[in-house]
Design a protein around this ligand. Sequence first.
Ligand code: XMP
Length: 507
Amino acid sequence: NVLILDFGSQYTQLIARRVRELNIYCEIHPYNKPPQDLSGFKAVILSGSPFSVRAENAPHPDLSEIRGKLPLLAVCYGAQYLAQFHGGKVEPSETREYGRANLSIIKDAEDLFENIVENSQVWMSHSDTIKELPENGIRLASTNDVINAAYRIEGEQTFGIQFHPEVYHTTDGKQLLENFLVNIAKVPQTWTPEAFVGMTVSELKEHIGEDKVVLGLSGGVDSSVAAVLLHKAIGSNLYCIFVNNGLLRKDEFESVLHQYKDMGLNVKGVDASARFLDALAGVSDPEEKRKAIGNAFIEVFDAEAHRIEDVKFLAQGTIYPDVIESISVSGGPSATIKSHHNVGGLPDFMKLKVVEPLKMLFKDEVRRVGAELEISNEILGRHPFPGPGLAIRILGDVTGEKVRILQEVDAIFINGLKEWMLYDKVWQAGAILLPVSSVGVMGDERTYEKVVALRAVESTDGMTADWVNLPYDFLQKMSNTIINRVKGVNRVVYDISSKPPATIEWE
Ligand code: XMP
């Protein structure tokens, strides 16, 4: 188990993902709220930070329980912090130190640089530089612009590195993390999907016993993996509810429900399409739509949960990025804890005890666990799909007829991507029904019909995204098929906006 102390760097989660890729479990904690009990941790990594160590409000962690007691790797800000407050000196850099640099190794220590070649590319991102090493510091590596690119502290397993080993552009970054964690800290590499499944299933059994659990399935990866894990632990005491809000993809409800049943899950499909459409009637504002859909879902789910006698737990597919406490850069550290609800006004199912079997996993780990559980690639490889579904891809108000048109268009596009072997190259794709009509001509007749936009993006986490350079032949085929087959559409456009400044969805 490895502790990552976060100073608010945008790369902190990336450090954790790299560590997990080495089959080593790690946890991120804010620097000012470290775990009370450090006995389970075998090594500590200090993250970078948007702060300068010289700034008045910069993080000042108390490392007295860590330094010299546990192997410590201090990255960027961490390395500067150790220098500045332990007998060294940090000053603003004379040249900008962003981007690529090449590492010249002066001296290895305890195999920190094992299998790392001379002049290996590293990624720098800092505007301060370590002028003088901390007390007992020994320089290990330099780059052209950075004399103290890596150092250790004599007599301790404490290492500082100015570059970012977690980013892709640091070619041997993963090797360096492995060297620190495996060679130096001797952390066992036992965090595998198989081990996770074994451990989680026995914990769930223990925790839940003979009680009943209710879970809302969405068709997405997270809720599906959570359901299969729970099913493995407690069998038919897991009651799954899959609500059709009428805003899913064409035929998705039936086909996904069928797959869930084939997987042996105890699942009830509830068709509440009409209720959702009613709730959406006349609503055009995107946030109002989300609210209407959210409220309708709560009502439907609550009514269904009430039908299960004596249910004690509510299971959710929450994953690690949703629960990591983040450091706010503007003021003091702040926790991204969900807003406080008025417990009295909560629907009954929200008063159940919560189980979240995936809450320590990153998305890629959820997929690996899903594969270990033999969940089909059709579910594990599915593109993300927003909870409010097609309602936020129909700009303006939503009607049954508009949903039908968009489902047809979307199905042609998604099936086309699959047929052309493009589906897995795209992170997310879909169609948007625009609230404008345009003039066209079909045969001898003038038409005045709807415009649809196609959107396909590449991304890793949805935070940033770029449009995909789909082949013209493919776009031509899609446009043709859509206009010929879908009544009510006479024009197709392709969205070539990146996020930022645009977003992935149009609403
Ligand atoms: P944006 O449009 O913000 O989308 O770039 C980023 C990712 O979030 C999804 N998304 C949603 N998912 N409820 C959801 O469950 C929502 O209201 C919602 N809005 C956007 C979007 O599909 C993309 O994957």
